[in-house]
Write a protein that binds this ligand. Structure first.
Ligand SMILES: [Zn+2]
Length: 64
């Protein structure tokens, strides 16, 4: 067997498009990304506070 196994789009199961590997289209690529982001928000653990001060980055930024 020298023929490479054709990947299938993990989103919809269609044959992958080389330019969009391993997905079949940009749409499925986006859906996969959104799923990852969605799962990421639901991961239990310490919440990342976007308003938390960044140590080391405040030296050039005076608060008020
Ligand atoms: Zn697809």
């Amino acid at each position: 067997m020298t023929v490479p196994k054709k990947q299938r789009c993990p989103i919809c199961g269609k044959s992958e498009t080389p330019a969009q590997k391993p997905f079949c289209s940009q749409g499925c690529r986006d859906r996969d990304l959104l799923q990852w982001l969605g799962d990421g928000y639901r991961i239990p653990g310490p919440p990342a506070d976007p308003n938390a001060p960044h140590p080391g980055l405040d030296s050039t930024h005076d608060p008020d």
